[in-house]
Ligand binder design. Structure first.
Ligand code: AMP
Ligand code: MG
Length: 320
């Protein structure tokens, strides 16, 4: 906590570190409201909580369509939208595959091609049917499951910023495990900034910073979370075509958007798609733009990025 009207807090919610900075005479009340909302979202969207809407849907696989909240229907619709836009590079149905790779890590044994192929048949986006009029969702194929790990934190960041605004904060910042969104400017009038991690350097070493007042900034990278199986590193973002961790030509991709839900989905998708197709996706989506850090250590950015960028060191940065 800083002063009576400027709060800085750290929590662990939704299985991730949550950092909030709120500048308002009512900062403590606003903070409490945001935390309450984050716990509510965790209870609704967690894959591991039995009472969550996600678990309710996953348990009813092959049974009856499940009545869900309008909010969950919105997130599922958004997920489907970004699946379509990214030709399934973004796919919330990869959960069986995520579990297969998690188990592989525990057993220290790479899954067989047969296991991967069999698991992939459960991961088609067609196995999830939504009825928007009735607010129901239906998983058609036994063994299919959804997982909102690639979009849920972005949605939560959007909700928290809505709360900040609704409760009158002119200025606030949230970092939900790398999903950043900010409103207004800092107390001294300068823009909120977020450093972008250099993929090859120890945590905290950034290669650039992004001014994020009134936008969301979300990074997906292979360096973020990975496991070693038999001495080989396997990262946590999967390719729904091959069934293996994405063999992308990127080390990381950072997306800037007014919607953190959008930035979250697009960063995961663009990472899987790689530089060329990822660039097309970013332009097609209508988001502000993206920065790509490639496997050969080149940096590319889309056209509207420059005004948000603060370079921390000299490097070549190409426009795409
Ligand atoms: P992110 O860190 O937002 O890029 O999301 C990665 C998380 O989303 C992973 O830890 C998985 O839970 C899930 N995930 C992995 N691969 C994909 C994918 N291709 N599409 C959607 N979600 C994914
Ligand atoms: Mg994501």
């Amino acid at each position: 906590m800083m002063s009576a009207n400027a709060y800085e807090t750290q929590d662990f919610i939704m299985n991730t570190n949550v950092e909030q900075r709120i500048i308002s005479d009512y900062a403590s009340e606003i903070y409490s409201a945001a935390v309450k909302e984050l716990h509510r979202l965790e209870n609704a969207m967690s894959f591991y909580r039995e009472a969550s809407e996600v678990s309710l849907l996953n348990r009813n696989v092959g049974g009856e369509p499940v009545k869900l909240s309008k909010e969950m229907m919105f997130v599922l619709e958004q997920a489907k939208h970004y699946s379509r836009l990214s030709e399934n590079a973004f796919n919330i149905m990869l959960s069986p595959l995520i579990q297969l790779w998690r188990k592989a890590g525990e057993d220290n044994k790479v899954p067989s091609n047969d296991d991967v192929e069999r698991t992939l048949t459960l991961c088609s986006d067609d196995n999830l049917l939504l009825d928007i009029d009735k607010d129901t969702a239906y998983l058609t194929k036994k063994g299919s499951m959804i997982d909102l790990g690639g979009i849920g934190k972005g949605y939560a960041a959007d909700i928290c910023c809505d709360i900040y605004k609704a409760m009158g904060a002119a200025s606030a910042f949230i970092n939900l495990g790398g999903n950043v969104k900010a409103i207004g400017n800092r107390a001294d009038g300068s823009p909120w900034t977020i450093g972008i991690q250099h993929p090859d350097r120890p945590r905290g070493n950034c290669y650039c910073a992004i001014m994020c007042s009134d936008v969301s900034v979300v990074t997906s990278g292979g360096y973020e979370r990975y496991q070693e199986i038999d001495g080989v590193k396997y990262h946590h973002i999967l390719d729904g075509v091959t069934g293996y961790p994405s063999a992308t030509d990127l080390k990381s991709v950072t997306v800037i958007s007014h919607s953190s839900t959008q930035a979250d989905a697009l960063s995961t998708a663009a990472f899987v798609m790689g530089l060329v197709k990822g660039t097309d996706l970013i332009y097609e989506s209508g988001c502000v733009g993206a920065i790509f850090f490639t496997a050969s250590n080149e940096i590319y950015m889309t056209k509207r990025i420059r005004q948000y960028l603060k370079l921390l060191e000299r490097f070549a940065c190409y426009e795409v």
